[in-house]
Design a binder for this molecule. Structure first.
Ligand code: SAM
Length: 346
């Protein structure tokens, strides 16, 4: 099992909330150099190359100026915000948030701190799971008036395990524009450096908190021939890894913790290894859990029959076939058919 901690620590706080704390006075949106200086200051120290240190900010400032000079067309803008390191805000995000008539926030208090950090004075309104049904008609009415509306979540890309899907669906149904201002997303930030296959991945969001439902869900995901990507709460990591190891076997897996933050850490190993580690060590902070695709080994009929015979002692053929298929990562139909054949031959 391997553990990786980035050598060049990002200049960031340990949580995205603490991270967004502002020393800067809110500024009018048209003061782009302030916006940009703050964005650059939030990241790593600039390069020691004098040509780069003098040129990059000037070019970047001009790019923000160019963006700010253009009015934001009416429509809904899905704006990604950093997942930890504030320097991961994009120039387009700064420009969109500065110019939007309204910024819809999952948590206005949290997002106002982020906006203030970049000197952006925006009108903010809440959009979260508890007020979404009331807010959607209001958003549609604003779009009908030609307003530009930005949607942000507490961190990362809105709609990815965050509110906004129904809003986007209704805005599209009403034929208004929906545009993405892409940026940070924890799933992608964890996947790209994970060392697990990236050509095909399945984003599965949060697993159910209850063990029974979690097991059913993991079993349903078992045969997918792709890297699986989960979000997980630190206090549930140990039990989730134990369930994953029991159902999926010794697949390779990665725990990516506190991405882009001060205590960023990546642990690689097999599911049983990581399950054992998480049973003895406390994990804090935000976590993405990745599981490699089913192992590329030929599962023989004899292996399936052996597992099935043992499962059939306590379960019906249907349940046993499902459990064995999940454990071995083979199609349920293959296990079921073998079970029928064994029953006939008996
Ligand atoms: N929309 C966000 C995105 O684009 O990644 C995800 C929002 S979801 C409510 C929050 C979950 O994302 C956390 O519980 C954690 O699993 C994951 N996450 C967010 N930031 C993270 C980070 N810096 N490091 C690791 N995981 C993170």
């Amino acid at each position: 099992m391997t553990r990786h901690v980035p050598r060049h620590r990002p200049k960031s706080q340990s949580s995205s909330r603490a991270h967004a704390s502002s020393g800067a006075e809110p500024q009018a949106p048209d003061r782009c150099p302030q916006v940009l200086t703050t964005a650059l200051a939030a990241g790593d120290a600039p390069s020691s190359n004098p040509a780069l240190t003098s040129e990059i900010p000037a070019h970047a400032a001009r790019e923000v100026e160019r963006q700010l000079a253009q009015p934001l067309a009416p429509g809904l803008y899905l704006v990604a915000t950093p997942i930890g390191n504030l320097a991961d805000i994009t120039l387009r995000a700064l420009a969109a948030l500065s110019r939007a008539d309204v910024v819809l926030c999952e948590d206005t208090r949290h997002s106002r701190t982020l906006l203030a950090h970049f000197g952006i004075r925006a009108r903010t309104e809440p959009y979260h799971e508890h007020n979404a049904d009331q807010m959607r008609p209001r958003v549609l009415a604003s779009l009908a008036e030609g307003k530009s509306i930005a949607l942000i979540s507490d961190a990362g890309t809105p709609l990815i395990s965050d509110p906004g899907y129904k809003l986007v669906r209704e805005v599209l149904a009403a034929s208004y524009t929906v545009e993405c201002v892409p940026g940070a997303c924890a799933a992608i930030a964890a996947l790209a450096p994970s060392g697990l296959p990236t050509d095909s991945f399945h984003f599965a969001g949060f697993l159910p908190p209850r063990s029974g439902q979690r097991g059913t869900r993991i079993t349903a995901l078992a045969a997918i021939p792709s890297t699986l990507v989960f979000y997980e709460a630190p206090q549930r990591l140990a039990e989730t890894l134990a369930d994953l190891a029991a159902i999926l076997g010794p697949r390779l897996a990665v725990v990516a913790r506190e991405l882009t933050k001060l205590h960023e850490e990546t642990l690689r190993g097999t599911l049983p290894e990581l399950a054992m580690l998480s049973a003895t060590r406390e994990f804090k902070g935000e976590i993405v859990l990745l599981v490699g695709p089913p192992l590329d080994v030929e599962i023989t009929d004899a292996e399936i029959i052996e597992r099935l015979s043992s499962a059939l002692q306590s379960q019906s053929l249907r349940d046993a076939a499902k459990a064995v298929a999940g454990a071995l990562g083979v199609p349920k139909a293959r296990v079921y058919d073998l079970g029928l054949k064994v029953n006939q031959d008996a």
